[in-house]
Design a protein around this ligand. Structure first.
Ligand SMILES: Cc1cc2nc3c(=O)[nH]c(=O)nc-3n(C[C@H](O)[C@H](O)[C@H](O)COP(=O)(O)OP(=O)(O)OC[C@H]3O[C@@H](n4cnc5c(N)ncnc54)[C@H](O)[C@@H]3O)c2cc1C
Length: 356
């Protein structure tokens, strides 16, 4: 069969895009290697923008703030006055997006692992012909590799759950380079369980998780590994475009990708089949923010535990500002205000780590 667009990958990115394209009347096929939606390792922490855009009913908990723990033991609480984020049931969310895409007319081929693509045709258990190809096939995208769309870095991650602390309205964030080098650890209460995980530039994440369990005094069950992309790939080459983790449309500071997917799906569906316009729209709306998180990550990677403890003093003095301007989708606003208020401290840390 021939389609206007063949989307490889029926995760959040593939399904949200399929929904938006099919709604506009395009003939869309989604090819997904898994038999059914779900199973993604994810914190499921999203903003009101994701809830509104997706229309999801999979909300499990509301988050009113964060407890931030620094390596030396200092704890700083941020927020408290409003809802900053929602915790969603990620499996239910992915299923909802598939249902919306199918209801709009997208055709799903599940249990279909795409291995060969040539001459506008995907060979598999069925031949799928297409005019445009979209890679929504996750961080280690085969569509991206096949079309030389750029090499990016990955953050190794692991997440499981525990029964304690599940009803809280605060997430906990732990900075400590011995446990989560180059990233952080988290506890996200979803109302039924607490999702506990960490990211690391090192590969031995299971060992790191054992260290986290000891530190926070909780046993983590059913932990699964995953990768988070850090870096933007080419958004398109000829008649091939990328979206979601495949494109690296993720905030490099937090690993959050669901809001970027909403922006990208809306940009791509509005532009289709003009991929250069897709790139323009996405970069204008969210590309700058992703680039700022990549820059912040470069700096963060240089910090030692002692630097983080030093920064903790300033963070403690700025909880009002952070609570006021904190936004999980647009994190650079708080960083900008922080740098403006503490230019000397910022400069000294940067000098120390980049030039000495
Ligand atoms: C530990 C962790 C915690 C996270 N926490 C958050 C969070 O709290 N908030 C947030 O916003 N984001 C979070 N994210 C990021 C978010 O989960 C991702 O950005 C998002 O799921 C990416 O969706 P995707 O559809 O692009 O990729 P994926 O969800 O990886 O989907 C890709 C799909 O493509 C399929 N596929 C791959 N190759 C092929 C092939 N050859 N043929 C057919 N099908 C194929 C896969 O089976 C999969 O279904 C987290 C990520 C991780 C790893």
């Amino acid at each position: 069969m021939r389609f206007d667009a063949a989307i490889v990958g029926g995760g959040a990115a593939g399904s949200i895009l399929a929904w938006k394209l099919a709604e506009k009347g395009w003939k869309v096929a989604v090819l997904e290697r898994k038999k059914e939606a779900g199973g993604k390792v994810c914190g499921g922490l999203v903003s009101h923008r994701v809830i509104r855009f997706s229309g999801t009913e999979a909300i499990m908990n509301e988050i009113r703030g964060a407890r931030v723990f620094f390596p030396g033991g200092k704890e700083v609480t941020i927020g408290g006055e409003r809802i900053y984020a929602y915790v969603i049931d990620r499996d239910a969310f992915d299923r909802e997006m598939v249902e919306k895409a199918m209801a709009a007319g997208a055709v799903y081929h599940t249990g279909f692992r795409v291995e060969r693509i040539a001459d506008r045709k995907i060979e598999g258990k069925e031949a799928i012909e297409f005019d445009y190809l979209i890679g929504a096939d996750g961080a280690s995208s085969m569509v991206a590799s096949l079309h030389n769309m750029g090499e990016i870095e990955y953050i190794n991650a692991i997440q499981g759950h525990s029964k304690d602390g599940n009803k809280e309205e605060y997430v906990s964030v732990y900075f400590d380079n011995t446990i989560s080098p180059g990233f952080f650890s988290w506890v996200i209460p979803d109302g039924e369980k607490a999702r506990i995980g960490l990211g690391s530039v090192e590969r031995n994440v299971r060992k790191k998780l054992n260290m986290l369990e000891k530190k926070i005094g909780r046993e983590v069950r059913e932990a699964k590994g995953a990768i988070i992309p850090a870096g933007l790939r080419k958004l398109y080459v000829g008649n091939v475009a990328l979206i979601g983790d495949a494109a690296g449309q993720v905030k490099a500071t937090s690993g959050g990708g669901l809001y970027a997917i909403c922006v990208a799906a809306s940009s791509l569906a509005d532009s289709f089949p003009d991929f250069s316009d897709y790139k323009k729209r996405f970069m204008k709306e969210f590309g700058g923010e992703i680039k700022r998180t990549l820059m912040a990550r470069k700096i963060f990677l240089k910090l030692k535990n002692e630097d983080m403890d030093h920064i903790a003093e300033y963070v403690e003095s700025e909880t009002k500002m952070i609570s006021r301007y904190g936004d999980i989708d647009y994190q650079s606003e708080v960083a900008k205000r922080f740098f403006v208020k503490h230019p000397l401290a910022t400069l000294m840390i940067l000098m120390k780590r980049f030039f000495i």
